[in-house]
Design a protein around this ligand. Structure first.
Ligand code: GDD
Ligand code: MN
Length: 364
């Protein structure tokens, strides 16, 4: 049996045509259609639910608190009954006359069959130059960094055997749009992949959801599956914030110290106030940026944000103590000054990163 997943977000005007196209192309073939809608503001889910009346093989999943093409596809596959699982855009861009070919390819032994825009006979249709260039770049990056051996790993039209899907399932990273690439990275090495030429068509109504955010998620994904295996992306972001924090600290120090400077000289009191004020400014800056960016997925708001800030202060204070303890110990046993400072700072960062992950932003 074939399960066709149609992920939708604001496709109310297209969904009825899509369902009838799929059904016409699969006449006489045992199949089901599963629409996975992320509570679209245009009520695609409602249109779909109305279509499902009196049709046993049409199912609707309406997700309330989730967004994203990849995770919608995975949820659709998880609900499916077929031994072959297929996904297709619900906007008419994927040629439904390929449905049978993709299905048969998997039935005949391929682990994955792809509607491929970049092999002989395929095409991308009416894209503007910018979209074409972006797609080419993404495809090249994906192929070289993820070491996949297919021509169009970014296609959104493919079929996969249930068995291969289930083997990859525990390793999937459902961020953004690149669900096929994610499968190609995580399926067993022995999986055979077949590409069938696809002429990518025009969208019927509405517009593409491939936003800037989706593009950034794609770059993050490339990082996650390459360097990220050793150094997690959140840690890199945390270090970038820390680095910017050093700049904020310096500027704040200069501003505050200038308020206490008399005839170019600074009292011990003035110096202390400036150092403490600058450190606190940097801590507030680091906290806000980490909360908004590094740990965006576990972002704290309201009271939780104030409690989080206090934990952050404590973690930073202990980080500073660890930094001091390590650097002064190394210095006392004769290491060079600069090396002691650098190693001390690194210990401090790793320490307060770990504490903040465990205490402040636990749910990332
Ligand atoms: N449930 C759900 N949630 N569906 C979504 C979401 C989402 O957040 N975002 C997009 N979709 C649905 C759309 O409604 C559409 O049916 C399908 O996923 C593809 O989205 P489009 O917005 O039409 O993507 P595109 O045409 O710009 O991108 C095409 O090319 C990409 C690579 O170049 C698609 O084929 C992509 O799958 C492909 O990765
Ligand atoms: Mn589309």
């Amino acid at each position: 049996m074939l399960s066709v997943i149609l992920p939708t977000f604001n496709e109310a005007k297209n969904i009825a045509t899509m369902v009838s196209r799929v059904q016409n192309s699969l006449e006489g073939v045992d199949h089901e259609i599963i629409i996975v809608d992320d509570n679209s503001p245009d009520h695609t889910w409602k249109v779909a639910q109305d279509l499902a009346h009196g049709r046993d093989n049409l199912h609707i999943i309406r997700r309330i608190d989730k967004r994203g093409l990849s995770s919608a596809v995975i949820d659709g596959f998880l609900a499916a009954k077929g031994d072959v699982l297929l996904v297709m855009d619900a906007d008419g861009q994927h040629d439904s006359s390929l449905l049978l070919q993709l299905y048969r390819a998997v039935e005949e032994g391929a682990g994955i069959a792809i509607g491929s825009r970049y092999i002989e006979g395929g095409s991308v249709g009416q894209w503007d130059e910018r979209r074409y260039a972006l797609s080419q770049l993404a495809t090249k990056l994906a192929i070289s960094l993820c070491k996949v051996k297919v021509v169009d790993p970014m296609s959104g039209f493919f079929a996969i055997s249930r068995d291969v899907f289930e083997k990859a399932l525990p390793k999937l990273n459902p961020k953004g749009f690149k669900i096929l690439l994610d499968f190609l990275v995580h399926v067993p090495k022995s999986t055979t992949v077949k590409e069938i030429p696809l002429q990518f068509g025009e969208r019927m109504a509405g517009e593409s959801k491939l936003s800037r955010r989706v593009q950034i998620e794609f770059l993050e994904y490339l990082y996650d599956v390459t360097l990220g295996v050793w150094i997690p992306l959140v840690f890199v972001k945390y270090c970038i914030v820390g680095f910017l924090g050093i700049g904020v600290n310096l500027i704040a120090y200069m501003v505050i110290a200038s308020l206490f400077r008399e005839h170019a000289s600074l009292s011990v009191y003035g110096f202390s106030v400036a150092v403490i004020g600058a450190t606190q400014t940097a801590i507030v800056f680091n906290f806000l940026l980490n909360n908004a960016w590094t740990f965006a997925r576990a972002r704290l708001r309201g009271i939780a944000m104030i409690i989080g800030f206090l934990k952050f202060e404590v973690a930073c204070a202990f980080g500073a103590i660890a930094n001091f303890a390590v650097s002064s110990y190394l210095f006392s046993i004769g290491w060079t000054e600069l090396l002691c400072v650098i190693i001390g700072a690194m210990v401090g960062v790793v320490w307060n990163y770990t504490m903040n992950r465990l205490l402040t932003w636990r749910h990332v």
